[in-house]
Design a protein around this ligand. Structure first.
Ligand code: PGA
Length: 262
């Protein structure tokens, strides 16, 4: 079953920009897009924690049609976890989204599928929509095991989470070899994986959930390669890193995803 899915373009700023630069970027993106475009495509920014309050004040104060969220959260509710940020804290700042399982967290912070599963639970407990990232490294792709690898990541992340809790979940396929490298996956690569992820979701959580779930592609997305990627039937937008730091480029990507043909 395929239902209409509103495309999403989410900007993962990673560890970039001061809170003042954050405000300037959001303002510029918002004023570069018209109301129709912002209705057709859901535009989301994911700044570092310390900029969330400023971004919230701007978006709420000026009633901008832009969503925002964080790049990570703790699996714990509160307590002695120095340096961590809880889902309740993010919810308190009005975050609608949180990235979970980004490959940089998996790599640099050794996040396992079990840890990612716990973080998904923490986000859902606080009514924050997770954007769950999966993706294979180059050796796995070279061996032709990329689909199986990402499906295993998906199964591990969603273990024990029933379909009724996952209605809003967003998935992002981000091949590690394409992140920040300038080497983008082909539209066919993106479609192959996004369709396999949707099919697995259908098997594990049912056709309604699978048909409605937005699955993004991420990895060196720029305006010049957006069209081919978002035109794929199972690709519902993009998770954009480097190119989301440039307001003009990010707005171009959003406009392409909002174009009626995509
Ligand atoms: P990139 O990053 O667009 O800079 O490749 C994407 C991501 O890591 O989310």
């Amino acid at each position: 079953m395929i239902t209409a899915r509103r495309p999403m373009i989410a900007g993962n700023w990673k560890m970039n920009l001061s809170h003042l630069e954050a405000i300037a970027l959001v303002q510029k993106v918002a004023f570069s897009l018209d109301a129709t475009q912002l209705q057709r495509v859901e535009v989301v920014v994911l700044p570092p924690f310390v900029s969330l309050r400023s971004v919230q004040a701007l978006i709420v104060g000026d009633q901008l049609l832009i969503g925002y969220g964080a790049q990570d959260l703790s699996p714990h509710t509160d307590g002695a976890y120095t340096g961590d940020i809880s889902g309740a804290m993010l919810a308190g700042l009005g975050c609608q989204y949180v990235l979970v399982g980004h490959s940089e967290r998996r790599e640099h912070h050794h996040e396992s599928d079990a840890a990612i599963n716990a973080k998904l639970g923490a986000a859902l407990d606080n009514a924050i929509t997770p954007i769950l990232c999966v993706g294979e490294g180059l050796p796995v792709r070279s061996e032709g095991r990329h689909v199986e690898y990402c499906l295993t990541q998906l199964d591990g992340a969603l273990a024990g989470l029933a379909a009724d809790r996952l209605a809003e979940l967003v998935l992002a396929y981000e091949p590690v070899w394409a992140i920040g490298t300038g080497e983008v996956a082909t539209p066919e690569d993106a479609q192959e994986m996004c369709s396999a992820l949707r099919e697995r979701l259908r098997e594990t959580h049912g056709a309604a959930l699978a048909g409605g779930m937005r699955i993004l592609y991420g990895g060196s997305v720029k305006a010049s390669n957006t069209e081919g990627i978002v035109a794929q039937p199972d690709v519902d937008g993009a998770l954009v890193g480097g190119a989301s730091l440039d307001a003009d480029e990010f707005a171009r990507i959003c406009r392409l995803a909002a174009a009626p043909s995509s």
